[in-house]
Design a protein around this ligand. Structure first.
Ligand code: ZN
Length: 163
């Protein structure tokens, strides 16, 4: 099982490098990241959180009926003018929660493990988690975006009620 890196660790503050080739190493990493994320009851995980400074993340919204998937070299191409405030936590920041303001909907372009490029439009929790993970790939942690610190109640409730 991959170990999830927690703060403080400089890799979490570094901008990652683009995946140049989707080789067997990258392909092997994806299911391992999904497993580590699932095990930690997370909804997303970025490669630097498992010690790899590459532009790769996985999204795990299984509880919403979405199969876990990987985004390789993701790029947010459009952000809605409308913003939304939501409590966020992070597997690399155990016990720390806060409100983050982000665009409500986004468009993101990325490669899938087969190397095909697609662009998806995301709203709600999917939009939120993708933006959080893409921030990780740019070396940005939520602590720098908190508009206020919270107690994690909203996140716990979301998990309990499977929202
Ligand atoms: Zn995180």
């Amino acid at each position: 099982m991959l170990k999830i890196i927690i703060v403080p660790n400089p890799i979490l503050n570094q901008k990652t490098e683009k995946v140049k080739k989707i080789d067997s190493e990258v392909l092997a990493l994806i299911p391992q990241m999904i497993e580590a994320c699932r095990n930690a009851q997370g909804i997303g995980l970025a490669a630097p959180q498992v010690g790899r400074s590459i532009r790769l993340c996985i999204i795990n919204l299984e509880h919403l009926g979405v199969a876990p998937f990987a985004l390789i070299n993701p790029k947010i191409t459009k952000k809605s003018w409308r913003k939304e405030e939501m409590e966020e936590g992070c597997l690399s920041l155990p016990g720390i929660y806060g409100i983050v303001r982000r665009p409500k909907t986004i468009k993101v372009k990325a490669l899938n493990p087969e190397g095909q490029e697609s662009e998806i439009e995301a709203d709600g929790l999917l939009s939120r988690v993708i933006q959080h993970e893409v921030d990780h790939l740019d070396g940005i942690l939520i602590t720098s975006k908190f508009i206020r610190i919270t107690d994690g109640r909203e996140t716990k409730k979301r998990k309990e009620e499977n929202l």
